[in-house]
Design a protein around this ligand. Structure first.
Ligand SMILES: O=c1[nH]cnc2c1ncn2[C@@H]1O[C@H](COP(=O)(O)OP(=O)(O)O)[C@@H](O)[C@H]1O
Ligand SMILES: [Ca+2]
Length: 506
C-alpha cells in the first residue's frame, strides 16, 4: 500500500494555496504598477542657435519590450540666447540652464531623479562656433556639462548633433507622433509611402528628410540614413543646410545688399517705414558671411524697409546657388535631392512664422498664399507695429515679411515644391509632444523603438482587468479541485520555488 504523504494535509494544502495566491497577487500588482504607475522619465535639452529648451518625457515603465507610449509632460524655455552666444563668457552658458533644471527637479518625482537620463544636444549655433573657434566651443561644452552634472539626474553628456542626425531624429519624431512607424508591412512590400517627411527650419540651419521610392542612397551616400524600426526597413534621404536657418539667411541677404559697404540700404523684405541703425561688425560676425565683409565700410549702416514681396523674393533667391549639380537632380548648392514624396510635417520656425502670418492652411492655393504675403509685406511698419500682437517680440515682428518670403522661396525654388505638392505640407507645432529632433533623439538613446515589431501587444486596460479576473477564478477552482491541479498551476506560474514546496505532496 502506498504510504500516505505526511505533507498531504488540509492545512498544508490551504497554506500552499494561500501562498500561491499571494504570489499571484504580487505578480499582478507588479504588472499593474508597471503598466499604470511609476512612469519613467527622460530629459533632453535642445541647445539651438537662438535659444535652449528643455523637454521632459514620460513613459510607462514596461518590463520586457519598450513599447509604451512616450509623452512630453513639460517643457521649459531657457531665458537668454543660445549657448553658442556665451563664447566669450562660457560659465554663463552653464548658469543659464539652472532655472529650467530646478523646474525639472519639481516635475520629475524625486525617487526617479537618479535613474532619469539627461541629455544635451546642440545644433547649428554650436556647429558654427566650432568652425569659427573650436576652443571656445569646447569651453562652452565644459561649462554646460559641469552645470548639468550638478543636477540629481543621470547626465549622459552634451554634444553637437551632426546635421544628418538632426534631420533623421526630426523625421523619427514626426513619424512616431503620427503613429506611422508601427504599421505592419508585408515582406517585400514598400512601406515608404506611409511615412511623413520632416521639414525643420532653425535659426542657423534647415533640414529636409523624407523616404522616397526614387532614393536608394547610391547616388549620394552622405544623404542616406538607414533605420530598422518595428520590423520595417527605412532608407531615409536627409540633408541639413548649414547657414540656411532663417537668422543666417537674413544675414546673407543683408550681406548681399551691403557688399559695397554703403551707409544705408533700402530692403524690400522689411516694411515700408522701418528704419534701424545696424552695426557692420555684428552683421558679419558669423562664418556664414564673414568672408564677404566689405573692405571699407562705416561702423554702422541704416537698414530701411521698402516692403515689396516680389523684390524680396528675388533678393532671397540670390542666397541659393542653382548653377551647379553633378547628380541627376539637385535642390540647391549642388546638393542631391530625390523627387519629393509623401506628406510633410514642417515645424520649428516654419510653424512660428506661418502661424503668425495665418498661412498654415495649405489647402489654400500657393498663388493665394503668395498674394496674402505680398499684401502683408506692403503693410506700413507703423501699422504692423501698432496692431495688437500680444507677447510677440518687436524683432520677430519686423522680420515676419522676410521670414515668410524665405520659407516660400526655400520650399518652392529650393526644394522644388509645386502648387500641388505644397498642399501636402502640414505646419505643425505639437502632436501631443513638440515636433523637433529631441523626442527622436531620446527614443534612440534609450532604445525605446525596437528594431523588430513586438510579439505581443501591450494589454489595454480592459484586457488587463479581464486577465486578472480570469486568472483568479481559474486558480481558485483549479486549486480547490485537487492538489495535483494546484501543482500544475504552480508550474504554469513563474514561481518555481513554490512548486518545490508542493513536490512532497504528490
Ligand atoms: O515666436 C517666434 N516667432 C518667430 N520665430 C521664432 C519664434 N520662436 C522661435 N523662433 C525662431 O525659430 C528658430 C529656432 O531656431 P533654433 O534656435 O532651433 O536654431 P537651430 O535649430 O538652427 O540651431 C530661430 O530662428 C528663432 O528665431
Ligand atoms: Ca532647432
Amino acid at each position: 500500500m502506498k504510504e500516505r504523504n505526511p505533507w498531504h494535509t488540509p492545512l498544508t494544502i490551504f497554506i500552499a494555496v494561500v501562498v500561491r495566491f499571494s504570489f499571484l497577487c504580487l505578480n499582478e500588482i507588479n504588472l499593474f504598477f508597471v503598466l499604470f504607475c511609476c512612469p519613467q522619465y527622460g530629459i533632453v535639452l535642445d541647445a539651438g542657435s537662438s535659444h535652449t529648451a528643455m523637454y521632459i518625457y514620460e513613459w510607462p515603465a514596461e518590463k520586457d519590450n519598450n513599447t509604451g507610449r512616450v509623452e512630453q509632460t513639460h517643457s521649459c524655455k531657457v531665458k537668454g540666447p543660445g549657448i553658442s552666444s556665451y563664447a566669450s563668457d562660457p560659465k554663463k552658458a552653464g548658469q543659464s540652464l539652472q532655472v529650467c533644471m530646478k523646474e525639472a527637479e519639481r516635475f520629475v518625482p524625486s525617487e526617479r531623479h537618479e535613474e532619469t537620463p539627461l541629455y544635451l544636444g546642440a545644433t547649428a549655433g554650436m556647429r558654427l562656433l566650432n568652425i569659427e573657434n573650436s576652443t571656445a566651443s569646447d569651453q562652452v561644452f565644459q561649462a554646460v556639462s559641469e552645470s548639468l552634472q550638478k543636477s540629481p539626474f543621470s547626465f549622459q553628456g552634451a554634444r553637437i548633433l551632426s546635421g544628418q542626425e538632426e534631420g533623421a531624429f526630426g523625421w523619427v519624431t514626426v513619424n512616431y507622433l503620427d503613429d506611422r512607424l508601427k504599421q505592419v508591412c508585408a515582406v517585400d512590400m514598400d512601406c515608404s509611402g506611409v511615412t511623413t517627411g520632416a521639414l525643420d527650419l532653425g535659426g542657423a540651419s534647415t533640414q529636409i528628410s523624407f523616404v522616397s521610392d526614387a532614393f536608394d542612397g547610391s547616388e549620394s551616400p552622405n544623404n542616406s540614413v538607414n533605420f530598422r524600426l518595428y520590423g520595417n526597413d527605412y532608407n531615409l534621404y536627409t540633408h541639413s543646410f548649414l547657414c540656411y536657418g532663417k537668422d543666417q539667411v537674413l544675414r546673407m541677404a543683408l550681406a548681399h545688399q551691403t557688399k559695397s559697404g554703403p551707409g544705408s540700404i533700402s530692403d524690400p523684405c522689411f516694411h515700408n517705414g522701418y528704419s534701424e541703425s545696424k552695426n557692420y561688425m555684428t552683421l558679419y560676425n558669423s562664418p556664414c558671411v564673414s568672408k564677404r565683409k566689405p573692405v571699407s565700410s562705416p561702423a554702422d549702416f541704416t537698414h530701411v524697409g521698402k516692403g515689396n514681396f516680389y523684390q524680396c523674393q528675388e533678393l532671397v533667391k540670390s542666397v541659393f546657388d542653382f548653377t551647379q549639380c553633378k547628380y541627376t537632380q539637385c535642390s540647391f548648392n549642388g546638393v542631391y535631392q530625390p523627387t519629393l514624396q509623401g506628406p510633410f510635417g514642417a515645424f520649428s520656425a516654419y510653424y512660428f512664422v506661418m502661424n503668425f502670418l495665418n498661412l498654415t492652411d495649405t489647402s489654400v492655393p500657393l498663388q493665394s498664399v503668395k498674394e496674402a504675403l505680398a499684401r502683408y509685406c506692403s503693410t506700413p511698419w507703423e501699422t504692423v507695429r501698432t496692431l495688437p500682437h500680444p507677447g510677440i517680440k518687436l524683432k520677430y515682428l519686423a522680420e515676419y515679411c522676410f521670414s515668410g518670403t524665405y520659407i516660400l522661396t526655400l520650399l518652392t525654388e529650393g526644394y522644388n515644391f509645386t502648387s500641388e505638392t505644397f498642399s501636402k505640407i502640414r505646419f505643425i507645432k505639437q502632436v501631443s509632444s513638440d515636433a523637433g529632433w529631441t523626442l527622436g533623439y531620446m527614443l534612440n538613446l534609450t532604445n525605446m523603438i525596437p528594431a523588430e515589431a513586438p510579439d505581443t501587444p501591450l494589454l489595454p486596460h480592459a484586457g488587463y482587468v479581464s486577465h486578472v479576473c480570469f486568472l483568479f477564478v481559474f486558480y481558485l477552482f483549479g486549486s480547490l479541485a485537487s492538489p495535483q491541479t494546484c501543482l500544475l498551476l504552480c508550474f504554469h506560474g513563474n514561481l518555481v520555488p513554490l512548486a518545490i514546496i508542493f513536490h512532497s505532496m504528490t
